[in-house]
Design a protein around this ligand. Structure first.
Ligand SMILES: Cc1cc2nc3c(=O)[nH]c(=O)nc-3n(C[C@H](O)[C@H](O)[C@H](O)COP(=O)(O)OP(=O)(O)OC[C@H]3O[C@@H](n4cnc5c(N)ncnc54)[C@H](O)[C@@H]3O)c2cc1C
Length: 399
């Protein structure tokens, strides 16, 4: 036992759970733990809210989790319900992925900016559970508890959950390996005032010169995402509008652009999701291509699973189940995101033609087309909600 901890003697830890990172996953986990009556603290290094939103698509399984907190109605009221996603190939429309008949009460993907998701969760949790401007620099663990250092202060808790994003410092501190694979694809995205006339529809354009994806946002806005040859950290002014015009034939005025960001998809899956009492959750545990919109939703499912475990007396003995089931679910999500991006980013005439044939087949064959809605709504990811995990796996067992 080191000096720091021997000086604590056998004091009860300050908290049951300390969550490092107040992004969407950390805040959702905190709300779920608060509902179970656990003593918790979220430590977040940011002081200001995030400048722009990455995630926008919230899937039906995530809405089920939010419903447990009584928040689904507020989320749905603030977002746009996307019921149809139209797919266009080289010579016009190939078909549609429809969510109208998926087996769920919510037959749509909800489009809501991540900044609003964070704001709703924060309001529900209560600011008193969150310490902002608090950057965690060290974590240590002992037989019965952990210590977390942020600045000059050291807090103690039974568990520390790393929700500190893809470049997780907690993951580094515990030496958990998470080899990163980068794809050779790059994208620029911008949110615009929406004058497309597409309403609440999503549209994907797969062309021989690159892809264009378009999603409605609340407040009369629309997101356009364009594939680029190289990573463009400083894209020339009007690039998104120009590529949308060239590839999709749609006039989007550069003057209507509200923001812009650049991303290069990567993937990783940590070799384990916990070490002792320190647990990884959300982007700290895994990363996947944003094309397909699954990262935050996958983190929400991690949080639901973890919350159900942490409120049990013998929670430590259930962590192997968290590791096993969530890693399996994440593997599937990573593969699907990768597959979708791979197909959508094929370039050149002959590959585009082949893609058109393949997509037309998938989107026009009744049973397959019907399945596509459930597939993209993440209803067919294994263990995507607790209901799908065998109950026996959540019963404490000897370590
Ligand atoms: C372009 C793009 C589009 C996307 N679209 C979607 C989508 O439609 N649907 C979807 O499900 N996912 C989407 N994603 C993925 C989604 O944005 C992430 O999966 C999600 O943000 C992960 O949430 P998180 O809370 O795990 O991590 P983060 O959002 O990264 O939050 C981590 C938090 O931890 C804090 N932090 C970091 N280090 C420390 C520290 N040392 N001490 C204290 N605090 C710390 C950070 O400030 C941050 O607030 C998209 C991603 C991108 C890039």
């Amino acid at each position: 036992m080191n000096d720091e901890i021997s000086s604590l003697g056998c004091r009860v830890p300050d908290y049951d759970v300390i969550i490092v990172g107040g992004g969407p996953v950390g805040l959702l986990l905190a709300c779920l733990l608060k509902q179970q009556g656990l003593r918790l603290r979220v430590l977040e290094r940011r002081v200001e809210s995030i400048a722009h939103s990455a995630a926008i698509g919230i899937t039906p399984p995530s809405l089920q989790i939010l419903d447990k907190l009584g928040l689904a109605a507020e989320f749905i009221a603030g977002g746009v319900k996307v019921r149809d996603c139209f797919v266009h190939g080289q010579r016009g429309r190939l078909g549609c992925v429809s969510f109208r008949e998926i087996p769920d009460v919510n037959r749509f993907i909800l489009s809501l900016p991540q900044v609003t998701t964070i704001a709703i969760l924060l309001k529900h949790l209560g600011q008193e559970h969150v310490e902002s401007g608090c950057e965690v620099s060290d974590v240590k663990q002992f037989a019965e508890h952990c210590t977390v250092r942020a600045g000059e202060s050291v807090l103690t808790a039974r568990y520390v959950i790393a929700c500190d994003g893809s470049r997780s410092c907690v993951r580094e501190l515990i030496g958990m390996r998470a080899p990163v694979h980068t794809y050779g694809c790059h994208f620029v995205m911008g949110d615009f005032v929406d004058r497309s006339g597409f309403g609440d529809e999503a549209h994907l354009f797969f062309k021989d010169t690159g892809s264009v994806e378009s999603f409605p946002l609340p407040g009369g806005q629309r997101r356009w995402v364009v594939q680029t040859d190289t990573r463009m950290d400083h894209p020339p002014a009007g690039l998104v509008s120009e590529l949308v015009r060239q590839r999709a034939g749609i006039e989007v005025s550069a003057g209507d652009q509200i923001n812009e960001s650049v991303f290069t998809p990567r993937k990783f899956n940590s070799e384990r999701y916990y070490a002792g009492r320190i647990i990884l959750c959300g982007d700290a545990a895994h990363g996947m291509s944003p094309i397909g919109g699954q990262g935050m939703n996958t983190g929400f499912a991690d949080a639901e699973f973890l919350a159900a475990i942490l409120c049990q007396d013998d929670s430590l003995s259930l962590l192997p189940a968290y590791n096993r089931f969530r890693r399996k679910a994440v593997k599937t999500a990573i593969f699907r995101a990768e597959w979708g991006m791979w197909l959508g980013t094929w370039r050149g005439r002959s590959r585009s033609r082949l893609r058109d044939v393949l997509l037309k087949f998938l989107l026009c064959q009744g049973p397959i087309a019907k399945h596509m809605g459930s597939f993209y709504a993440m209803l067919t990811i294994p263990f995507n909600t607790l209901q799908r995990v065998p109950a026996a796996s959540l019963q404490p067992r000897p370590l």
